[in-house]
Design a protein around this ligand. Sequence first.
Ligand code: ATP
Ligand code: SF4
Ligand code: MG
Length: 323
Amino acid sequence: INPVLLIDSLKVYFRTKGGYVKAADEVSTFVNEGGVTGLAGESGSGKSTVVSQVFRILPKNGEYLGGKVLFKNKDLMKMNLKEFSKEVRWKRMSLIPQASMDALDPVYRIKDQMLETILEHEDVSKAEAMERIYKSLESVGVPQEKAEMFPHELSGGQRQRVIIAMALLLNPDLVIADEPTTALDVITQAQIVSLLKGLQQSRGFSMMMVTHDLSLLAGVSDMVTIMYAGKVVELGGVDKIYSSPLHPYTQLLIKSIPDVRKWRERKLVSIPGYPPDLIDPPRGCRFHPRCPLAMPICKEKEPELLRVEPRHYVACHVTGVRR
Ligand code: ATP
Ligand code: SF4
Ligand code: MG
C-alpha cells in the first residue's frame, strides 16, 4: 500500500528565552492510503508540533529545521505557503484542531462559517453550497436548523460535530484529527470517535488520529506511532503495538491501559519519573532515566528508528533488533 502521507525526519524546534525546545526531533511516520495512523504519546511529547508543521500553522517562534512531508508524493515543505493554502489546506488535507470546540468563530452563524469555507475554494452557487452544508451537518448527526445558530447555542458535542463537518466539506483525501475528543465527557468521546471512524470508512479518506489515550485507537487505526519527548520510539501495526510492543516505553504505556474486562485483576501501572525538559533532553536515548532496561550505551548513543520486521519500527538499543 502506498502511503498518502509520509513524514521523514521532520525537525521542528521552538525558540524560547531559555533556549531551543527540541519538540519534534527527526520524526518519521506515515499514513496508508485509506488507512488510519494513530499518533500517541503523553502530553508535551510533540504530537501537535508535528501536526502544526504538516498543516503549516506553526506559531511564530517555531522553526522548521528539516525533513520531508510527502503528501501524495509531493513534498509539502517545498511548496510555498500561498500554493499550499490554495491547493492543499482544507481542500485535500484538513485539520480538526486540538481544543477545536473553541475553533468556531463566536460571532458568525454556523452556516456562514461553512459557506465561507466552500466559497473560498470552489466556484459554486450559494444555493448549491447551502445544500452541501445541510447534507454535511446531517452526516455528522446535527439537525439542519442548527445551521442558523451561533456556536454558543450548541452543546460541546454538537460543536465538535460541526467542526468535523467543516473538515469534510471539501472532501479531503486526508484528515488530521488532533485530540478530537479530549474536552468531552467519556460517552460523547466514544460517540465522536465512532462517528469519525464511520465517516472515514464510508467516505474513504485517510486519517491521522492524534491522542494521548492509546486505548482510543483500538478499532480505529491500522498503524500506531508512539512518541516520547519529541522522538518516535515505535511505529507498527495496531495489533503488534497492543499485543507485543517492543520499546520499553510502549510496553509501560500498554500496561497502563485499564482493561475494562479485567479491571479487577489488573493494577494500573504508572511510569515512574517525568518526561524530560526538551530544552536540554537527556543525552543518548531520551528515555534512559526512566527505562527499566537501560544499559551504559543508552546514555551515550541515540538509538535510531530501525525496521525490526515488516511494518514495525523501533528505536531502542536493546529491543530494536531485527527479528
Ligand atoms: P498535548 O498532548 O498536551 O497536546 P503534544 O504532544 O501535542 O502535547 P506539543 O504541543 O507538540 O505536545 O509540545 C511539544 C513541546 O513543545 C512541549 O514541551 C511544549 O511545551 C513545547 N511547545 C509547544 N509550543 C511551543 C511554543 N509555541 N513555544 C515554546 N514551546 C512550545
Ligand atoms: Fe531503554 Fe536503552 Fe532502549 Fe532507551 S535505548 S529504551 S534507555 S533500553
Ligand atoms: Mg497537542
